[in-house]
Design a protein around this ligand. Sequence first.
Ligand SMILES: Cc1ncc(COP(=O)(O)O)c(C=O)c1O
Length: 390
Amino acid sequence: MKKIYLDNAATTPVHPEVLAAMAPYFSDQFGNASSIHSFGQVARSAVDAARREIAQFLNCKSTEIIFTSGGSESDNLAINGVVESLKSKVESKPHVITSAFEHHAVLDTIIELEADGVIEATYIKPSSDGLIGAESVKKAIKKNTLLVSIMYVNNEIGTVQPIRAIGQMIEKENKTRDSRIFFHTDAVQATEYFEMNVDYLHVDLLSISAHKIYGPKGVGLLYVRSGTPIKHQIVGGGQEHKKRAGTENVPGIIGFAKAIELIDRSKNERLKKLRDRLIDGLLKIPNSRLNGSQEERSPANVNISFLNAEGESILLNLDMEGIAASTGSACTSGSLEPSHVLSAMGLPPEECHGSVRFTLGRQTAAEEIDKVILVMKNIVEKLRKMSPLK
Ligand SMILES: Cc1ncc(COP(=O)(O)O)c(C=O)c1O
């Protein structure tokens, strides 16, 4: 049976060109970039070149990039780093604004800081179609607001937040205040499809992860605009401008730069057509609904609730047919807790439980979409017959 992979938001296969670019740095060119001998120099110049290429992609300076172990570390570093660096310098307890449907790497970092009494926090609820408007962020701003963290593309429902508009609004607010508000965005699910120019977006901090863009797992970055105060979270060596200690993941960084080089946004339209074909096909199943705006949506994401059919059971049945999908964030899989994303949008628990996320990728073909539609009709019908809920 040929398998169908529709879980590209969880992770993507490493592109062969990425693998080829990385390979020498595991073997012949294995040097530590901090060593002064020729082995080290080869590694250092490769890391420097990768950093320059990625800086071009983000339209920033090389010195504004901190390589990390991935999206989670970048999010933790952005939030803890800014808060810890400034908490003793402000008069009252710092205030942080985020959304209620962030990835847990952002949400739990803020919840912990709040529980420890370090900050006060506001969690903005998204609209019923899964969007956070600049106006709702503006309304949440207080005198002691220090940081705003709003994700670019939601990992579960694929909705695209107006990051540029939020960034511009914050910049305008900053002109009228004594203390600056810093703006972070988790762009992990947006990198492949949307504008990443940090000046265009008006962001101070931005997180990316390589394994979501056909690069290797275990490497990511945090962009930090010059002048943004950030306290290191890992101490030891002086790597990453003393902001993140640890021997550089040389093959990972080289692979990351290659993965970025291979991003081709002209392919968005192809994916969008496939996405809409899947949405149209699945919405023909009675009592189904699309979660999140269809217009302001990643070209890769389809998230649909099927009333009276349990999401986990759908996934298991799909897996038996060789189809990989997800119920949203991995953290909700296998637990009885309804998705925090769908709950934040106001969906009743029974609809949160019956949601399935399909995320398309570069390898997705039209025949695969048609097969999934057919298989899903049968699975949902079968599960509904077995369900005590009618
Ligand atoms: C929006 C978002 N942020 C952060 C992460 C975490 O990234 P990583 O797996 O590289 O730690 C993910 C991964 O699922 C994500 O989707």
